[in-house]
Design a protein around this ligand. Structure first.
Ligand SMILES: Nc1ncnc2c1ncn2[C@@H]1O[C@H](COP(=O)(O)OP(=O)(O)O)[C@@H](O)[C@H]1O
Ligand SMILES: [Mg+2]
Length: 305
């Protein structure tokens, strides 16, 4: 029933009305008002007139909405926290059998030392891959561990190389290539290794995901250069679908995601890490196709001359 009809009916029955109404201002803006209308009777009990109070309840409504939103955010954070917990316990579970496999393979190597060259070769593969997997797990656990940022002088190019080697198989399996355009003459920066790795991993995995949508796009590139005496720039450029204009402002907002299974945490975390380092993280679309995410980092003062 429409509110007006409800009011009429209530008043006709001689009762007082109490309700909330959605109204529109001339400019189309919505506002809510709380309406109370009560009949006033004379000595004989006959209604002579009505009194009404109208209160703007828009603000109250907004507060309710905000509280609701905050509650949802909190739930989401808890879920993300749970996920991190789960991944780190999984990593722990996996590292134990990996250690055992390594020990068995090395025992077999000793047993067949100097004999069976083909078997030796296979055993060496097992050892190498096992060690690689263990390293990935070790770094994954380090990434998930919440530790306070520890600043040290870092060579950003070396950090990029280290980080990319972590996900190189991931890149090749997806049939993508990664190109480097790293300025070899860069001064060092002050930063937290793990946190900056996390930023790079976030940006690179977003790029890979953006390129998954287009089978014809294969190339991802990472570039470093010195912008001025105090600033180093890092750019991750992809050839994916690019960023929709309407999403441009929302990218770095907590939990914004355009993916069915996305968490929408990567960019907001990355931006806060970069800002804590005294830099900025931004995005732009490339002139042809794809997007570029780029961040600045201040040069280590000892290195700035
Ligand atoms: N390289 C990129 N190209 C196009 N869109 C991107 C790129 N990186 C991020 N985005 C957009 O930003 C959103 C937020 O990214 P992110 O915070 O990492 O969360 P998630 O990856 O879980 O969606 C993505 O859902 C996507 O819409
Ligand atoms: Mg992401």
């Amino acid at each position: 029933m429409r509110v007006i009809e409800e009011i009429q009916k209530t008043l006709r029955q001689g009762r007082s009305f109490h309700g909330e109404m959605l109204n529109f201002k001339k400019n189309g803006e919505k506002f809510w008002s709380l309406l109370r209308i009560a009949p006033v009777r004379d000595a004989k009990g006959v209604i002579t007139h009505y009194v009404g109070i109208k209160t703007d309840s828009t603000l109250m409504r907004q507060r309710d909405l905000e509280i609701e939103e905050q509650r949802e955010e909190l739930l989401h954070v808890t879920r993300v926290g749970k996920l991190a917990e789960f991944v780190s316990s999984l990593a722990h579970e996996i590292s134990q059998p990996l250690t055992a496999i390594l020990a068995y393979a090395q025992a077999a190597q000793r047993l067949f030392a100097g004999r069976e060259p083909q078997l030796q070769e296979i055993l060496q593969y097992i050892v190498n891959d096992d060690q690689r997997a263990s390293e990935v797990i070790r770094r994954l656990r380090a990434l998930l561990k919440k530790s306070r940022p520890t600043l040290e002088a870092l060579d950003i190019n070396a950090l990029i190389n280290d980080t990319v080697s972590l996900i190189m198989t991931h890149i090749t399996v997806r049939n993508k290539v990664i190109k480097f355009d790293l300025d070899s003459d860069l001064p060092s920066i002050q930063g937290d290794r793990i946190q900056l790795q996390q930023v790079l991993l976030n940006l690179i995995s977003n790029s890979l995901e953006a390129m998954d949508e287009r089978s014809d796009s294969r190339e991802l590139s990472v570039r470093t250069f010195q912008k001025d005496k105090e600033t180093i720039m890092v750019e991750v450029m992809d050839s994916g679908g690019g960023i929709l204009a309407e999403n441009m402002d929302k990218l770095f907002v907590h939990f914004f995601t355009s993916k069915a299974d996305g968490l929408g945490m990567g960019l907001s975390i990355s931006r806060s890490i970069i800002e804590a380092h005294g830099g900025r993280l931004e995005a732009r679309n490339n002139p042809d196709n794809g997007a570029t995410f780029y961040f600045s980092l201040p040069v280590d003062k000892k290195d700035a001359s």
